[in-house]
Ligand binder design. Structure first.
Ligand code: LLP
Length: 427
Protein backbone atom coordinates (compact mmCIF):
# COMPACT_ATOMS: atom_id res chain seq x y z
CA UNK A 1 0.00 0.00 0.00
CA UNK A 2 2.81 2.42 0.89
CA UNK A 3 6.31 2.77 2.29
CA UNK A 4 5.42 4.18 5.73
CA UNK A 5 5.99 1.74 8.58
CA UNK A 6 7.12 1.58 12.21
CA UNK A 7 10.72 0.52 12.79
CA UNK A 8 12.15 0.42 16.33
CA UNK A 9 9.06 2.22 17.61
CA UNK A 10 9.24 5.18 15.22
CA UNK A 11 7.36 5.76 12.01
CA UNK A 12 9.64 5.72 8.99
CA UNK A 13 9.20 6.76 5.39
CA UNK A 14 11.22 4.15 3.50
CA UNK A 15 14.43 4.10 5.59
CA UNK A 16 14.12 7.61 6.98
CA UNK A 17 12.93 8.26 10.52
CA UNK A 18 10.08 10.78 10.50
CA UNK A 19 10.91 12.11 13.95
CA UNK A 20 14.33 13.17 12.71
CA UNK A 21 12.81 14.79 9.62
CA UNK A 22 10.30 16.72 11.74
CA UNK A 23 13.08 18.00 14.00
CA UNK A 24 15.21 18.92 10.98
CA UNK A 25 12.58 20.66 8.86
CA UNK A 26 9.97 21.63 11.43
CA UNK A 27 6.22 20.98 11.40
CA UNK A 28 3.72 20.91 9.83
CA UNK A 29 5.64 18.94 7.26
CA UNK A 30 4.64 16.99 4.17
CA UNK A 31 6.76 13.92 3.51
CA UNK A 32 6.52 11.86 0.32
CA UNK A 33 7.92 8.46 -0.54
CA UNK A 34 9.46 8.26 -3.99
CA UNK A 35 9.20 4.49 -3.84
CA UNK A 36 5.42 4.63 -3.27
CA UNK A 37 4.92 7.12 -6.09
CA UNK A 38 6.84 4.99 -8.55
CA UNK A 39 5.23 1.80 -7.30
CA UNK A 40 1.69 3.11 -7.72
CA UNK A 41 2.45 4.53 -11.14
CA UNK A 42 4.00 1.23 -12.20
CA UNK A 43 1.01 -0.77 -11.02
CA UNK A 44 -1.31 1.29 -13.19
CA UNK A 45 1.10 1.13 -16.13
CA UNK A 46 1.41 -2.63 -15.70
CA UNK A 47 -2.32 -3.28 -15.29
CA UNK A 48 -3.29 -1.32 -18.40
CA UNK A 49 -0.19 -2.24 -20.46
CA UNK A 50 -2.04 -4.24 -23.09
CA UNK A 51 -3.74 -1.01 -24.23
CA UNK A 52 -0.37 0.79 -24.43
CA UNK A 53 -2.06 3.83 -22.86
CA UNK A 54 -0.69 7.26 -22.15
CA UNK A 55 -0.84 7.58 -18.36
CA UNK A 56 -1.33 11.27 -17.73
CA UNK A 57 -0.64 11.97 -14.08
CA UNK A 58 -3.18 14.45 -12.78
CA UNK A 59 -0.96 17.32 -11.69
CA UNK A 60 -3.63 18.87 -9.46
CA UNK A 61 -3.41 16.02 -6.96
CA UNK A 62 0.16 16.88 -5.98
CA UNK A 63 2.00 19.32 -8.14
CA UNK A 64 5.44 19.74 -6.60
CA UNK A 65 8.09 19.99 -9.32
CA UNK A 66 10.23 17.24 -7.82
CA UNK A 67 7.29 14.86 -7.83
CA UNK A 68 6.49 15.72 -11.43
CA UNK A 69 10.15 15.09 -12.26
CA UNK A 70 10.03 11.62 -10.66
CA UNK A 71 6.95 10.76 -12.70
CA UNK A 72 8.39 12.16 -15.90
CA UNK A 73 11.42 9.96 -15.34
CA UNK A 74 9.29 6.80 -15.19
CA UNK A 75 7.45 7.73 -18.38
CA UNK A 76 4.29 9.52 -17.24
CA UNK A 77 2.40 12.01 -19.36
CA UNK A 78 0.61 14.88 -17.58
CA UNK A 79 -2.97 16.08 -17.15
CA UNK A 80 -3.12 19.82 -16.41
CA UNK A 81 -6.12 22.04 -15.70
CA UNK A 82 -4.68 25.54 -15.68
CA UNK A 83 -1.96 27.73 -17.11
CA UNK A 84 -0.15 27.32 -13.79
CA UNK A 85 -0.11 23.55 -14.00
CA UNK A 86 0.98 23.79 -17.64
CA UNK A 87 3.86 26.00 -16.54
CA UNK A 88 4.84 23.43 -13.90
CA UNK A 89 4.87 20.58 -16.40
CA UNK A 90 6.93 22.63 -18.87
CA UNK A 91 9.27 23.67 -16.06
CA UNK A 92 10.30 20.06 -15.46
CA UNK A 93 10.95 19.61 -19.17
CA UNK A 94 8.00 17.44 -20.12
CA UNK A 95 7.61 17.01 -23.87
CA UNK A 96 4.55 19.25 -24.54
CA UNK A 97 3.07 16.53 -26.74
CA UNK A 98 2.75 14.48 -23.54
CA UNK A 99 0.48 17.07 -21.90
CA UNK A 100 -3.33 17.04 -21.98
CA UNK A 101 -5.25 20.11 -20.87
CA UNK A 102 -8.69 19.78 -19.23
CA UNK A 103 -11.05 22.18 -17.49
CA UNK A 104 -14.43 23.82 -18.04
CA UNK A 105 -13.12 27.37 -18.06
CA UNK A 106 -9.84 27.79 -19.90
CA UNK A 107 -9.10 31.47 -20.47
CA UNK A 108 -7.82 32.78 -23.81
CA UNK A 109 -4.52 33.40 -22.09
CA UNK A 110 -4.30 29.77 -20.98
CA UNK A 111 -5.37 28.43 -24.37
CA UNK A 112 -2.75 30.59 -26.07
CA UNK A 113 -0.06 29.35 -23.70
CA UNK A 114 -1.00 25.75 -24.47
CA UNK A 115 -1.05 26.40 -28.23
CA UNK A 116 2.29 28.13 -27.97
CA UNK A 117 3.74 25.13 -26.13
CA UNK A 118 2.21 22.73 -28.65
CA UNK A 119 0.49 20.38 -26.18
CA UNK A 120 -0.82 16.95 -27.15
CA UNK A 121 -4.56 17.22 -26.50
CA UNK A 122 -7.11 19.80 -25.41
CA UNK A 123 -9.98 18.22 -23.49
CA UNK A 124 -12.76 20.60 -24.43
CA UNK A 125 -16.01 20.91 -22.50
CA UNK A 126 -18.36 23.16 -24.51
CA UNK A 127 -19.22 24.48 -27.96
CA UNK A 128 -18.04 27.97 -27.02
CA UNK A 129 -14.71 26.60 -25.94
CA UNK A 130 -14.39 24.77 -29.27
CA UNK A 131 -15.14 27.99 -31.17
CA UNK A 132 -12.64 29.93 -29.09
CA UNK A 133 -9.94 27.30 -29.43
CA UNK A 134 -10.50 27.12 -33.20
CA UNK A 135 -10.20 30.86 -33.61
CA UNK A 136 -7.09 31.16 -31.41
CA UNK A 137 -5.43 28.21 -33.16
CA UNK A 138 -6.26 29.68 -36.59
CA UNK A 139 -4.60 32.96 -35.61
CA UNK A 140 -1.46 31.01 -34.86
CA UNK A 141 -1.77 29.02 -38.02
CA UNK A 142 -1.74 25.79 -36.10
CA UNK A 143 -4.07 22.83 -35.61
CA UNK A 144 -5.17 21.86 -32.11
CA UNK A 145 -5.79 18.21 -31.33
CA UNK A 146 -9.08 18.01 -29.44
CA UNK A 147 -11.03 15.50 -27.38
CA UNK A 148 -14.57 16.43 -26.42
CA UNK A 149 -15.36 15.74 -22.80
CA UNK A 150 -18.64 13.93 -22.63
CA UNK A 151 -20.91 13.67 -19.63
CA UNK A 152 -22.18 10.09 -19.55
CA UNK A 153 -24.77 10.73 -16.80
CA UNK A 154 -23.40 7.98 -14.59
CA UNK A 155 -23.33 8.20 -10.80
CA UNK A 156 -19.80 7.46 -9.52
CA UNK A 157 -21.14 6.94 -5.97
CA UNK A 158 -18.76 9.36 -4.35
CA UNK A 159 -19.00 12.70 -2.53
CA UNK A 160 -21.33 15.15 -4.24
CA UNK A 161 -18.57 17.76 -4.42
CA UNK A 162 -16.37 15.45 -6.46
CA UNK A 163 -19.06 13.89 -8.65
CA UNK A 164 -18.57 14.99 -12.25
CA UNK A 165 -20.25 12.33 -14.37
CA UNK A 166 -23.86 13.28 -13.63
CA UNK A 167 -25.71 15.35 -16.17
CA UNK A 168 -26.57 18.11 -13.69
CA UNK A 169 -22.88 18.90 -13.01
CA UNK A 170 -21.02 21.55 -14.98
CA UNK A 171 -18.72 19.03 -16.66
CA UNK A 172 -18.61 17.89 -20.26
CA UNK A 173 -21.31 17.76 -22.90
CA UNK A 174 -24.16 15.28 -22.56
CA UNK A 175 -24.02 12.34 -24.94
CA UNK A 176 -26.94 13.36 -27.18
CA UNK A 177 -25.57 16.86 -27.58
CA UNK A 178 -22.03 15.50 -28.03
CA UNK A 179 -23.00 13.66 -31.22
CA UNK A 180 -24.28 16.92 -32.67
CA UNK A 181 -21.19 18.82 -31.56
CA UNK A 182 -18.87 16.33 -33.28
CA UNK A 183 -20.78 16.76 -36.54
CA UNK A 184 -20.99 20.51 -36.26
CA UNK A 185 -17.25 20.95 -35.66
CA UNK A 186 -15.97 18.11 -37.86
CA UNK A 187 -14.81 20.41 -40.61
CA UNK A 188 -13.83 23.43 -38.55
CA UNK A 189 -10.36 24.53 -39.59
CA UNK A 190 -7.60 24.69 -36.99
CA UNK A 191 -9.06 21.97 -34.78
CA UNK A 192 -8.91 18.24 -35.20
CA UNK A 193 -11.80 16.94 -33.11
CA UNK A 194 -10.70 13.32 -32.95
CA UNK A 195 -11.07 12.20 -29.36
CA UNK A 196 -13.56 11.64 -26.57
CA UNK A 197 -12.81 12.29 -22.92
CA UNK A 198 -14.77 11.03 -19.95
CA UNK A 199 -14.10 11.48 -16.23
CA UNK A 200 -16.91 10.67 -13.81
CA UNK A 201 -15.58 11.75 -10.43
CA UNK A 202 -13.09 11.04 -7.69
CA UNK A 203 -12.49 8.91 -5.71
CA UNK A 204 -14.50 6.16 -7.35
CA UNK A 205 -14.13 2.97 -5.38
CA UNK A 206 -16.62 1.09 -7.52
CA UNK A 207 -15.75 -0.32 -10.90
CA UNK A 208 -19.26 -0.51 -12.34
CA UNK A 209 -19.61 3.25 -12.96
CA UNK A 210 -16.41 3.16 -15.05
CA UNK A 211 -17.70 0.24 -17.07
CA UNK A 212 -21.03 1.94 -17.64
CA UNK A 213 -19.53 5.29 -18.61
CA UNK A 214 -16.99 3.73 -20.98
CA UNK A 215 -19.69 1.61 -22.61
CA UNK A 216 -21.88 4.67 -23.15
CA UNK A 217 -18.94 6.61 -24.56
CA UNK A 218 -17.99 3.74 -26.86
CA UNK A 219 -21.55 3.71 -28.19
CA UNK A 220 -21.02 7.33 -29.13
CA UNK A 221 -17.73 6.47 -30.86
CA UNK A 222 -19.45 3.74 -32.90
CA UNK A 223 -22.23 6.14 -33.84
CA UNK A 224 -19.76 8.85 -34.90
CA UNK A 225 -17.64 6.45 -36.91
CA UNK A 226 -20.75 5.21 -38.69
CA UNK A 227 -21.34 8.75 -39.77
CA UNK A 228 -17.88 8.84 -41.28
CA UNK A 229 -16.06 10.77 -38.55
CA UNK A 230 -12.57 9.78 -37.47
CA UNK A 231 -12.29 9.14 -33.74
CA UNK A 232 -8.77 8.07 -32.88
CA UNK A 233 -8.52 8.48 -29.10
CA UNK A 234 -10.36 7.97 -25.86
CA UNK A 235 -9.28 9.53 -22.59
CA UNK A 236 -10.96 7.60 -19.78
CA UNK A 237 -10.05 10.06 -17.02
CA UNK A 238 -8.94 9.26 -13.49
CA UNK A 239 -10.61 8.99 -10.12
CA UNK A 240 -9.27 5.60 -9.05
CA UNK A 241 -9.41 5.19 -5.29
CA UNK A 242 -6.71 5.29 -2.65
CA UNK A 243 -6.44 3.76 0.80
CA UNK A 244 -7.67 6.11 3.51
CA UNK A 245 -9.46 3.88 6.03
CA UNK A 246 -7.71 0.61 5.38
CA UNK A 247 -7.42 -1.13 2.06
CA UNK A 248 -10.72 0.01 0.66
CA UNK A 249 -9.76 0.91 -2.91
CA UNK A 250 -9.81 -1.64 -5.72
CA UNK A 251 -6.33 -2.34 -7.05
CA UNK A 252 -5.14 -1.08 -10.43
CA UNK A 253 -5.44 -4.68 -11.61
CA UNK A 254 -9.08 -4.81 -10.45
CA UNK A 255 -10.00 -1.69 -12.40
CA UNK A 256 -8.04 -2.82 -15.44
CA UNK A 257 -9.55 -6.29 -15.50
CA UNK A 258 -12.96 -4.72 -16.18
CA UNK A 259 -11.89 -1.72 -18.26
CA UNK A 260 -9.23 -3.18 -20.57
CA UNK A 261 -11.52 -5.72 -22.30
CA UNK A 262 -13.94 -2.93 -23.19
CA UNK A 263 -11.29 -1.00 -25.07
CA UNK A 264 -9.28 -3.80 -26.61
CA UNK A 265 -9.48 -3.94 -30.38
CA UNK A 266 -11.38 -0.64 -30.59
CA UNK A 267 -8.54 1.01 -32.48
CA UNK A 268 -8.33 3.89 -30.04
CA UNK A 269 -5.32 5.57 -28.52
CA UNK A 270 -6.15 5.30 -24.81
CA UNK A 271 -5.31 7.90 -22.18
CA UNK A 272 -5.77 7.74 -18.40
CA UNK A 273 -5.62 10.56 -15.87
CA UNK A 274 -4.85 9.07 -12.45
CA UNK A 275 -3.84 11.45 -9.68
CA UNK A 276 -4.87 10.29 -6.22
CA UNK A 277 -4.17 6.61 -6.89
CA UNK A 278 -0.52 7.59 -7.45
CA UNK A 279 0.01 10.36 -4.92
CA UNK A 280 -2.43 9.91 -2.00
CA UNK A 281 -0.73 7.05 -0.20
CA UNK A 282 2.69 8.39 -1.12
CA UNK A 283 2.43 11.37 1.24
CA UNK A 284 1.83 12.07 4.92
CA UNK A 285 1.45 15.24 6.91
CA UNK A 286 3.34 15.46 10.19
CA UNK A 287 2.14 17.76 12.94
CA UNK A 288 3.23 18.51 16.49
CA UNK A 289 0.89 18.57 19.47
CA UNK A 290 0.62 22.09 20.84
CA UNK A 291 -1.96 21.61 23.60
CA UNK A 292 -4.53 19.22 24.96
CA UNK A 293 -7.81 20.36 26.39
CA UNK A 294 -11.20 19.11 27.46
CA UNK A 295 -14.59 20.65 27.01
CA UNK A 296 -17.43 18.80 28.69
CA UNK A 297 -17.09 15.19 27.62
CA UNK A 298 -14.89 16.04 24.67
CA UNK A 299 -11.12 15.91 24.52
CA UNK A 300 -9.15 17.84 21.97
CA UNK A 301 -5.60 17.38 20.76
CA UNK A 302 -4.60 20.70 19.24
CA UNK A 303 -1.84 20.34 16.67
CA UNK A 304 0.13 22.77 14.52
CA UNK A 305 -1.36 21.54 11.23
CA UNK A 306 -4.77 22.80 10.21
CA UNK A 307 -7.42 22.88 7.52
CA UNK A 308 -5.07 25.28 5.77
CA UNK A 309 -2.62 22.39 5.31
CA UNK A 310 -5.15 19.62 4.67
CA UNK A 311 -8.65 20.79 3.85
CA UNK A 312 -10.17 17.42 2.95
CA UNK A 313 -11.71 16.64 6.38
CA UNK A 314 -13.29 20.10 6.55
CA UNK A 315 -14.45 20.13 2.95
CA UNK A 316 -15.61 16.56 2.39
CA UNK A 317 -15.71 15.10 5.89
CA UNK A 318 -12.90 12.95 4.57
CA UNK A 319 -11.35 10.31 6.81
CA UNK A 320 -7.57 10.29 7.24
CA UNK A 321 -6.01 7.79 9.60
CA UNK A 322 -3.89 9.53 12.26
CA UNK A 323 -1.44 8.06 14.76
CA UNK A 324 1.54 9.22 16.83
CA UNK A 325 4.96 8.95 15.21
CA UNK A 326 6.59 7.53 18.33
CA UNK A 327 3.73 5.78 20.13
CA UNK A 328 4.20 4.33 23.60
CA UNK A 329 5.21 0.69 23.86
CA UNK A 330 2.49 -1.66 22.66
CA UNK A 331 0.72 1.09 20.77
CA UNK A 332 1.96 0.42 17.24
CA UNK A 333 -1.25 0.20 15.20
CA UNK A 334 -1.70 -3.34 13.85
CA UNK A 335 -3.62 -1.91 10.91
CA UNK A 336 -5.00 1.41 9.76
CA UNK A 337 -8.74 1.44 10.04
CA UNK A 338 -11.68 3.57 10.98
CA UNK A 339 -12.62 1.45 14.00
CA UNK A 340 -9.22 0.76 15.57
CA UNK A 341 -9.57 0.93 19.37
CA UNK A 342 -6.50 -0.29 21.24
CA UNK A 343 -6.30 -0.77 24.99
CA UNK A 344 -5.17 2.45 26.71
CA UNK A 345 -6.32 4.82 23.99
CA UNK A 346 -8.66 7.77 24.55
CA UNK A 347 -11.37 9.31 22.43
CA UNK A 348 -10.26 12.66 20.98
CA UNK A 349 -10.70 15.11 18.15
CA UNK A 350 -7.48 16.21 16.48
CA UNK A 351 -7.91 19.85 15.55
CA UNK A 352 -5.86 22.74 14.19
CA UNK A 353 -5.35 26.29 15.45
CA UNK A 354 -7.54 27.99 12.80
CA UNK A 355 -10.52 30.03 13.96
CA UNK A 356 -13.20 27.81 12.46
CA UNK A 357 -15.13 24.93 13.98
CA UNK A 358 -14.61 23.14 10.67
CA UNK A 359 -10.87 23.12 11.35
CA UNK A 360 -10.37 19.49 12.28
CA UNK A 361 -8.13 16.75 10.96
CA UNK A 362 -9.69 13.77 12.72
CA UNK A 363 -12.90 13.41 14.75
CA UNK A 364 -13.79 10.92 17.48
CA UNK A 365 -10.65 8.81 17.27
CA UNK A 366 -9.24 6.40 19.83
CA UNK A 367 -5.64 7.58 20.10
CA UNK A 368 -2.81 6.88 22.51
CA UNK A 369 -2.62 9.75 25.03
CA UNK A 370 -0.80 12.62 23.38
CA UNK A 371 1.39 15.12 25.23
CA UNK A 372 2.68 18.55 24.28
CA UNK A 373 5.41 18.15 21.68
CA UNK A 374 4.31 14.67 20.54
CA UNK A 375 4.35 14.21 16.80
CA UNK A 376 1.38 12.84 14.92
CA UNK A 377 1.13 11.48 11.40
CA UNK A 378 -1.86 12.20 9.17
CA UNK A 379 -1.78 9.46 6.55
CA UNK A 380 -2.81 9.35 2.88
CA UNK A 381 -2.30 13.10 2.55
CA UNK A 382 -0.22 13.08 -0.63
CA UNK A 383 -3.16 13.86 -2.92
CA UNK A 384 -5.10 17.12 -2.61
CA UNK A 385 -3.16 17.88 0.57
CA UNK A 386 -0.43 20.39 -0.12
CA UNK A 387 -1.96 21.23 -3.50
CA UNK A 388 -5.14 22.52 -1.81
CA UNK A 389 -3.30 24.24 1.02
CA UNK A 390 -3.64 27.95 1.58
CA UNK A 391 -2.55 30.79 3.82
CA UNK A 392 -5.81 31.48 5.66
CA UNK A 393 -5.23 33.02 9.11
CA UNK A 394 -1.91 34.13 7.58
CA UNK A 395 -0.38 30.75 8.13
CA UNK A 396 2.72 30.16 6.01
CA UNK A 397 2.41 26.98 3.98
CA UNK A 398 4.19 23.82 5.16
CA UNK A 399 7.50 22.51 3.84
CA UNK A 400 7.66 19.41 1.63
CA UNK A 401 10.29 16.69 1.75
CA UNK A 402 10.85 13.81 -0.67
CA UNK A 403 12.36 10.59 0.65
CA UNK A 404 14.17 8.06 -1.49
CA UNK A 405 15.68 5.09 0.33
CA UNK A 406 17.72 6.49 3.20
CA UNK A 407 17.93 9.97 1.65
CA UNK A 408 15.65 12.93 2.10
CA UNK A 409 15.47 16.18 0.16
CA UNK A 410 13.66 19.42 0.92
CA UNK A 411 11.55 19.94 -2.22
CA UNK A 412 9.71 23.06 -1.04
CA UNK A 413 10.94 25.22 1.76
CA UNK A 414 8.55 26.36 4.45
CA UNK A 415 6.98 29.72 3.66
CA UNK A 416 8.01 32.62 5.87
CA UNK A 417 6.18 35.65 7.20
CA UNK A 418 8.13 37.59 4.61
CA UNK A 419 6.58 35.38 1.88
CA UNK A 420 3.14 36.19 3.29
CA UNK A 421 3.51 39.93 2.78
CA UNK A 422 5.99 40.15 -0.10
CA UNK A 423 3.38 40.63 -2.82
CA UNK A 424 1.53 43.30 -0.86
CA UNK A 425 4.40 45.66 -0.25
CA UNK A 426 4.52 48.74 -2.45
CA UNK A 427 7.41 49.12 -4.89
N1 LLP B 1 -9.18 13.99 -14.65
C1 LLP B 1 -10.07 14.98 -14.43
C2 LLP B 1 -10.75 15.58 -15.56
C3 LLP B 1 -10.31 15.41 -13.11
O1 LLP B 1 -11.19 16.39 -12.89
C4 LLP B 1 -9.62 14.81 -12.03
C5 LLP B 1 -9.85 15.25 -10.65
C6 LLP B 1 -8.69 13.79 -12.32
C7 LLP B 1 -8.51 13.41 -13.63
C8 LLP B 1 -7.90 13.10 -11.25
O2 LLP B 1 -8.67 12.45 -10.31
P1 LLP B 1 -7.93 11.49 -9.26
O3 LLP B 1 -7.36 10.34 -10.02
O4 LLP B 1 -6.89 12.27 -8.60
O5 LLP B 1 -8.98 11.06 -8.30
N2 LLP B 1 -10.09 17.65 -4.07
C9 LLP B 1 -10.82 16.39 -4.14
C10 LLP B 1 -10.64 15.72 -5.47
C11 LLP B 1 -11.01 16.59 -6.65
C12 LLP B 1 -10.77 15.88 -7.95
C13 LLP B 1 -10.81 16.83 -9.07
N3 LLP B 1 -10.61 16.23 -10.35
C14 LLP B 1 -10.37 15.50 -2.98
O6 LLP B 1 -9.54 15.92 -2.18
O7 LLP B 1 -10.87 14.40 -2.83
Amino acid sequence: MDDFSYKQGTLHCESVDLQTLARQFGTPLYVYSQQTIVDHYSRIAGAFASLAPKICYSVKSCSNLSILAVLKEVGACFDVVSGGELARALEVGVDPKRIVFAGVGKTDHEINAALEAGIGWFNVESEQELETLASLAAKRDTIAQVALRVNPDVDPQTHRHTTTGKRETKFGVDLQRAARVFEAFAKTPAINLAGVHVHIGSPVNHIEPYVESIKRTLDLVVQLRRRGLTISAMNIGGGYGAHYCGEEAPTAADYASHIVPLLQGENLEVMLEPGRSISANAGVLIAETIFKKSSGEKKFVIVDAAMTDLIRPALYDAFHFVWPITPARGMIPPRRSQDLQLEGTELVDVVGPVCETGDFLAKDRWLPPMARGDLICIYSAGAYGFSMSNQYNSRPRAAEVLVHGDKSKLIRRRETYEDLVALERGE
